[in-house]
Design a protein around this ligand. Structure first.
Ligand SMILES: NC(=O)CC[C@H](N)C(=O)O
Length: 363
């Protein structure tokens, strides 16, 4: 079956459908990861987006039940150069095509993903229409213009009620803005007693859970669209150690008075070099973001920049000058090969231990 992708600038790509039948509109973004398409598909931060993989061969390791970042896909559409229908991997349980169909995700294969990527890099992220329907080009154009992008994506992906991953260690209240399993895994691995709460949980409700620390997760969309979370975080500052990841990092920045902006085409992939300004070390990171903290806006806040991207100099990490709060724009839980950043979870644990010791001596 034929599938077509129409961009806002009028470019039309024709290829083959390898997912579900249907028609979707979303922001078209590209990911440069050579591996990990299952993690990309299931990362809730991609909610509402049509994701194109720049690596040309996709589907060759199939899908399995252990490696997702959530139990279902969150991308709105999937774009690849070559799709492999016959996976070969000891863990593979399903084909990518079968799984996309099962979950109603539209996929297009056989298009020039290099041309698509170059267009996005030149013009910036664009809206696109991906369809398997036989409509006229003018009909497609009209549909693309008429259909708005997903509003308030965080409320679509965040948990509706709190749940726990019990442990004997520090109690972490994890504010779920669209959390990836990888973050939970890193906390559980360190023995934390994790309580995952919905995105709009108030500071008072979090107080009642008596946390040792609060983690603000990754998530989709514009950080300015979660004012309730920003408000809660401003109140929690100083009361508990705070660790922000990706959207959580942007929320922490906004809560401290800094500003965020949309990037031209974002950072999505598994090999983004980031400089840790404190140690001078460069770490290779996994990333997925389309917004960033405005560098100039950090100056008048109690925050300092701890990490920068070596690709474009944008802010990749922050720390509060006086209070126990820090954040990174990239994904420290990810392991696209390198495991350079896992120690940040240990840093969060140290801050929680310090607070606990202080409470014990004060009591
Ligand atoms: N992975 C994330 O948390 C992404 C944060 C935010 N949605 C952005 O695009 O910048």
């Amino acid at each position: 079956m034929r599938a077509r992708l129409l961009l806002e600038d009028g470019t039309l790509f024709e290829g083959e459908s390898f997912g579900a039948e249907g028609e979707v509109v979303g922001e078209v973004v590209f990911n440069t990861g050579m591996t990990g398409y299952q993690e990309v598909l299931t990362d809730p931060s991609y909610c509402g987006q049509i994701v194109a993989m720049t690596y040309p061969l996709i589907g060759n390791v199939g899908l399995n039940r252990d490696e997702g970042e959530a139990f279902r896909p969150f991308v709105r559409g999937f774009v690849v150069r070559d799709y492999t229908e016959f996976p070969s991997h000891w863990r593979s349980e399903k084909t990518l095509s079968g799984w996309l169909k099962e979950h109603g995700i539209v996929g297009i294969a056989g298009i020039d993903t290099r041309m698509l990527t170059r267009k996005i890099r030149r013009q910036g992220t664009m809206k696109g229409l991906l369809t398997t329907r036989e409509a006229s080009l003018s009909g497609m154009r009209e549909k693309l213009e008429r259909t708005p992008l997903v509003r308030d994506p965080v409320s679509r992906v965040s948990t509706r009620s709190a749940y726990t991953a019990p442990g004997y260690g520090n109690r972490v209240v994890l504010v779920d803005l669209g959390v990836k399993y990888g973050i939970l895994r890193e906390l559980v691995r360190r023995g934390c007693d994790v309580v995952v709460v919905p995105h709009d949980t108030s500071a008072e409700e979090i107080d009642r859970l008596r946390p040792d620390g609060v983690l603000l997760s990754n998530g989709p969309g514009n950080p300015k669209d979660v004012p309730r979370t920003i408000h809660a975080v401003a109140k929690l500052l100083g009361r508990y150690p705070l660790f922000g990841i990706c959207l959580g990092h942007q929320v922490l920045a906004l809560a401290c008075g800094a500003d965020t902006e949309k990037m031209k085409f974002g950072h999505r992939g598994g090999n983004h070099p980031v400089k840790d300004l404190e140690s001078g070390r460069t770490v290779i990171t996994s990333q997925n973001h389309g917004y960033a903290v405005k560098k100039e806006s950090v100056a008048d806040t109690p925050l300092e920049i701890t990490h920068i991207s070596l690709n474009d100099g944008t802010v990749e990490g922050l720390r509060h000058r006086e209070l126990p709060a820090f954040s990174v724009q990239y994904h420290p839980e990810a392991a696209p090969g390198p495991r350079d950043s896992g120690f940040l979870f240990d840093r969060f644990l140290e801050l929680m231990d310090r607070r606990r010791r202080k409470e014990e001596t004060d009591a």
